[in-house]
Design a protein around this ligand. Structure first.
Ligand code: SAM
Ligand code: SF4
Ligand code: SF4
Length: 335
């Protein structure tokens, strides 16, 4: 048994941001105008060490966390990340370790990650068109490097590799069928994500959100789809399968059909703050406890206390009023 929040939601998943840095500048996440050469990223001493992260994860596991996802920023820019994977794989109670990455460093990292005990990989890929990819990622990395990264993950033995695509109106929405085709042919699960109003720097506008139903309609017109049941309660993506047996896709409709009611996710920022919602304005400082000499019970009590008081359901309440509230950036809190 684990702890449940005030809306009766258990604590099951933890997303751990291991760095706020990234080698990409995706326009919807870290726009170059805001994250330029003079941007003050966190200093190394401010980041939780791997030992500290492992202690925190162990405390979360006591409250029912079974699944840990490493994210960022770009998690693969954190040196020796495979060492952290191996440490987390040894935490009792945690049976699923996953990673979300932009894929550019996977060609050289995939085998070590697999050997360390990483279970699953999700690669973010918004387009299979070179120009669209480059303009969205706003970086000098060729699309081929990410595709090679996906191939490297496959060769390293990762089974279900997922792709995450953020769909933006007028930018990559006419490429969703091509992306679905690429994923189908490679046995990958493509997941299409509605562009969200995370942070305050991406200039989010509702008219740039492509509703999930529209993505389904476009793909269904070429590759007929049928709905699938969720794998488990709290699954973020709505699943569909191709009627011809060509695999499945997922749709993440955080804007048009929020799923706060079943949200079992907590987030740990790179400096050790616990966030109980992606849209929270602030988090509970766990690093202070860790570095102040708190014992494991004290740490676990702080985590349990935060979850017990949790009432977050931002996406359900999304409105002009809530949109004005300050929010933390996605690259900081971990997507
Ligand atoms: N750098 C890694 C990556 O891109 O996979 C991990 C961190 S990134 C913040 C995690 C996920 O958040 C990515 O799949 C990204 O596409 C998604 N994301 C970032 N900003 C978003 C936004 N405004 N709306 C929806 N998804 C977003
Ligand atoms: Fe970097 Fe991922 Fe954000 Fe893109 S989505 S800027 S790859 S952290
Ligand atoms: Fe969970 Fe917050 Fe997203 Fe709702 S808005 S699904 S509570 S992270």
């Amino acid at each position: 048994m684990g702890v449940v929040d005030r809306l009766d939601r258990p604590l099951r998943d933890l997303r751990v941001s291991v760095t706020d840095r990234c080698n990409f500048r995706c326009t919807y996440c870290m726009p170059r105008e805001a994250f330029g050469a003079d941007f003050a990223f966190l200093d190394r001493e401010e980041l939780l060490t791997f030992e500290e992260i492992t202690r925190v994860v162990r405390a979360f596991a006591r409250h029912g966390v079974r699944k840990v996802r490493l994210t960022g920023g770009e998690p693969l820019v954190r040196r020796d990340i495979e060492r952290l994977v191996a440490m987390l794989a040894a935490v009792e109670g945690v049976d699923d370790i996953a990673l979300t990455t932009n894929g550019s460093l996977l060609p050289r990292k995939a085998p070590a990650l697999r050997a360390a005990g990483l279970g699953r990989v999700t690669v973010s890929l918004d387009s299979v068109d070179e120009q669209v990819f480059s303009s969205m990622a706003d970086v000098d990395v060729p699309l081929a490097r990410v595709l090679d990264g996906i191939e490297a993950a496959r060769e390293a033995g990762f089974e279900t590799i997922k792709l995450n695509a953020v769909v933006k109106r007028g930018v990559n929405d006419d490429g969703v069928v091509a992306l679905a085709r690429y994923a189908r042919e490679g046995g990958l699960v493509a997941r299409f994500i509605e562009y969200m109003d995370v942070g305050t720097t991406n200039g989010w506008r509702l008219d740039e959100v492509v509703p999930a139903v529209e993505v389904v309609r476009r793909i269904d017109a070429v590759f007929p789809l049928e709905p699938l049941d969720p794998n488990y309660t709290g699954e973020v993506a709505t699943r569909y399968r191709y009627r011809d047996g060509g695999g499945e896709i997922g749709i993440v409709s955080s804007v048009t059909r929020p799923f706060c009611r079943t949200c079992t996710r907590a987030r740990l920022s790179a400096i050790g703050e616990l966030y109980t919602c992606l849209f929270a304005a602030g988090g509970r400082d766990l690093r202070g406890l860790l570095r102040g000499g708190a014992g494991d019970d004290e740490l676990a009590a702080a985590i349990g206390g935060s979850w017990l008081g949790r009432v977050d359901r931002y996406s359900e309440l999304r409105s002009a009023a809530t949109a004005a509230v300050p929010r933390v950036e996605m690259s900081y809190i971990g997507g």
